[in-house]
Design a protein around this ligand. Structure first.
Ligand code: PLP
Ligand code: TYF
Length: 394
């Protein structure tokens, strides 16, 4: 029967990761997969995570099953981290998932159960997995304008026009902060306009938030999601702990749902538990347990916040320095947006051929759409990178 299988399209980001590993040139620079690296090029286990693991090893009495929605204490801690404490608890539901990707999948499954015919509107561009998952699920989807490739900034006019035309009951997917792949986020004032438009059209909104704490801070990066939760009757949120807790392979994440009333929340909660059961019964708990311990222990939480701040500061310093180096090398402000944007990613705005040249001639690896993972850089690599980019773009 397996002769019937067709080859699946590869994930371009993960393919690039393999290519980079195989490259023997010592000067190679990896701006591909979205993984944070410190100044030594290492993706570290955070100290707060190490401490929590130590404590967990000492205190954990059982590895017996949690619940279908995972440990409620983890979900509640994540809910407060993302939504704050103002929103009524009775309107909240949620489940632990297998990473942020699992949260996206379960959130979309929930939406499909509630409204099988809805079209999901995603930003152009978006994280390629969004479209791949929607495609695999057979859900209708289309894009809304988001990014101005000329200026490297948000296309606010286009975005608002497209969102205003979303049919009632359709789904709009937004990146809560640190947009992947562009690094272009709406300002607070723009988020207010977006929220007002979504209210008007009565769309079902889903927020994907995978980089809380990587932009301007834990509270700042959650502001847009909290605004939407305060204005809209319903909201689905897919949260990842991969980046901000450095738990990539432990697969910690949560799907959070805000609904109109306690009655709706109970129905949502039951459906989320069933969706987990149908996919993998119980979600993984090790990473979730660490996150729950860190968030509920003031000492660990403080340590985690400090480490996260250092990561954010490093990325933002790299942004400033790279923008300045590119200004010097090119004698233009063409790449100034890199300094102003937030999160791991920016799109350089060069052609696929130029991306190939950077890889072949300069051992610089970035995704084909010219997305760079700024967090993959070291300060020492900036002059070389800026020269290679200036060379290639001449
Ligand atoms: N959403 C976005 C926009 C991402 O970039 C990622 C990638 O890490 C995720 C969700 C989910 O990541 P994970 O499944 O590793 O938690
Ligand atoms: O966009 C990125 O690079 C990260 C990591 O299938 C990632 O979000 C990339 C591809 C993928 C899963 C995670």
């Amino acid at each position: 029967m397996f002769e019937n299988l067709r080859a699946q399209p590869e994930d371009q980001i993960l393919k690039l990761m393999e290519q980079y590993r195989a490259d023997q040139r010592p000067e190679k620079i990896d701006l591909g997969v979205g993984v944070y690296r410190n100044s030594q090029g290492v993706t570290p286990v955070m100290q707060a995570v190490k401490s929590a693991e130590h404590q967990l090893w000492e205190s954990q009495q059982t590895k017996g099953y949690t619940g279908l929605a995972g440990d409620p204490a983890f979900v509640s801690a994540m809910s407060d981290l993302v939504l704050g404490t103002d929103l009524a608890q009775a309107r909240r539901a949620g489940a632990a998932t297998v990473g942020g990707t699992g949260a996206i999948r379960q959130g979309l499954e929930l939406i499909r159960l509630a409204r099988p015919d809805a079209t999901v509107h995603v930003p152009d561009p978006t994280w390629p997995n969004h479209t791949a998952i929607l495609q695999a699920m057979g859900m209708k989807h289309r894009t809304y304008r988001y990014f101005d490739t000329e200026t490297g900034a948000l296309d606010m006019t286009g975005m608002l026009e497209d969102l205003a035309a979303v049919p009632e009951g359709d789904v709009v997917l937004l990146h809560g902060c640190c947009h992947n792949p562009t690094g272009a986020d709406p300002s607070a004032a723009q988020w207010a306009q977006i929220a007002a438009t979504l209210q008007q059209v009565n769309a079902m909104v889903m927020v994907d938030i995978a980089y809380q704490g990587f932009g301007d801070g834990i509270e700042e990066d959650a502001a847009a999601t909290r605004l939407l939760a305060s204005k809209l009757p319903e909201l689905v949120i897919a949260v990842s702990c991969s980046k901000n807790f450095g738990l990539y392979r432990d697969r910690a994440g949560a799907v959070l749902v805000v609904s109109l009333s306690a009655r709706h929340s109970a129905a949502v909660q039951g459906n989320l538990a069933t969706l987990n059961r149908l996919a993998y019964s119980f979600p993984a708990d090790h990473g979730a347990a660490l996150v729950q311990m860190i968030l509920s222990n003031p000492g660990l939480r403080g340590e985690w916040m400090d480490e996260l701040t250092a990561m954010r500061d490093r990325i933002n310093t790299l942004r400033t320095e790279l923008a300045a180096a590119l200004q010097r090398e090119t004698g233009s402000d063409r790449f100034a947006f890199i300094g102003a944007q937030r999160g791991m990613f920016s799109r350089l705005g060069i052609t696929p051929d130029q991306v190939d040249t950077l890889r072949d001639a300069h051992a610089v690896y970035m995704v084909g759409d010219s997305r760079m993972n700024i967090a993959g850089l070291s300060m020492e690599q900036i002059p070389t990178l800026a020269r290679a980019i200036a060379d290639t773009c001449d």
